[in-house]
Ligand binder design. Structure first.
Ligand SMILES: [Fe+2]
Ligand SMILES: [Fe+2]
Length: 265
């Protein structure tokens, strides 16, 4: 088993597809990951499973790779239920998790915004461009920039998990460019395709950050670094002022009011 721990996960899954299924069973989504150069030992480590779960996972993987080997099955107490994992974030990471809440409110509105655009005779350019402004200014400039300029600098930026996050941010920017192109050309199909693409991407991206990446980064921070990061994030927030998050929260409130009324009419 020591031989496969330092191997890239995609290589292992290609050779032993059952390993991908086993990881999936534990909520570890390596199969759809487009990069796949994480090492098996890091994949397991980053998800911070409880010791019993980790031992069982490793046992199943070893059996999948070496079916003829006599592998010792870990002893698991059948009456023991693993408690749902309660994540406690450092203060600046908690603020980033809270910012996700506003972004998720926009993501939830995207299908109804698309329905509205599709059923209208003309394309409501102003509405789409206001959504684009929220994404570019609040989600990207205000939120993603704190991740890229501050948070990610505290860990190895070459780690695959960070590279995947950078790639997601770029893919999101590309979706937004296509939405703007759709608005300029009055192409509703293009707007729909890329708003939905952005929604799917960010839904997964936020889940990965909240559940895996942020806790993984927090676990590596010293107390001094937690304080230093708090100061840096506060300074970044102060540089844009309180007005910016308030403005975009108001926008989401208005959008919900407009479209939730449409839905209940
Ligand atoms: Fe992100
Ligand atoms: Fe984020």
């Amino acid at each position: 088993m020591q031989k496969v721990l330092p191997r890239e996960i995609k290589e292992i899954i290609n050779a032993y597809p059952e390993v991908g299924r086993i990881l999936d069973e534990y909520g570890i989504g390596c199969v759809p990951c487009s990069v796949g150069s994480c090492l098996l030992k890091d994949v397991v480590g980053i998800h911070s499973l409880d010791p019993e779960q980790e031992a069982t996972l490793m046992y199943k993987i070893e059996k999948a790779i070496y079916p003829d080997r006599n592998v010792q099955k870990p002893v698991v107490d059948p009456t023991r239920k693993s408690a749902p994992k309660k994540i406690s974030y450092s203060p600046s990471v908690k603020k980033l998790v809270d910012e996700h809440l506003l972004i998720k409110r926009l993501l939830a509105l995207i299908p109804v915004v698309i329905d509205y655009v599709e059923s209208s005779i003309t394309t409501d350019k102003d509405l789409i461009l206001r959504c684009v402004d929220f994404i570019r200014t609040y989600a990207d400039k205000y939120h993603h920039m704190k991740e890229e300029d501050i948070l990610f600098k505290y860990v190895d930026e070459n780690a695959e998990v960070i590279q995947v996050m950078y790639k997601d941010h770029d893919t999101g920017r590309n979706h937004v460019r296509q939405v703007v192109e759709g608005v300029e050309k009055g192409n509703k199909a293009l707007i729909k395709e890329h708003l939905l693409g952005y929604r799917d991407l960010l839904t997964q991206h936020i889940r990965k950050e909240d559940e895996i990446l942020y806790p993984w980064i927090d676990r590596q921070l010293s107390t001094t670094q937690v304080g230093e990061m708090f100061q840096k994030c506060n300074a970044a927030d102060a540089s844009v002022g309180d007005e910016l998050p308030r403005k975009y929260e108001k926008f989401i409130n208005e959008l919900e009011e407009k479209f939730l009324q449409e839905v209940t009419k």
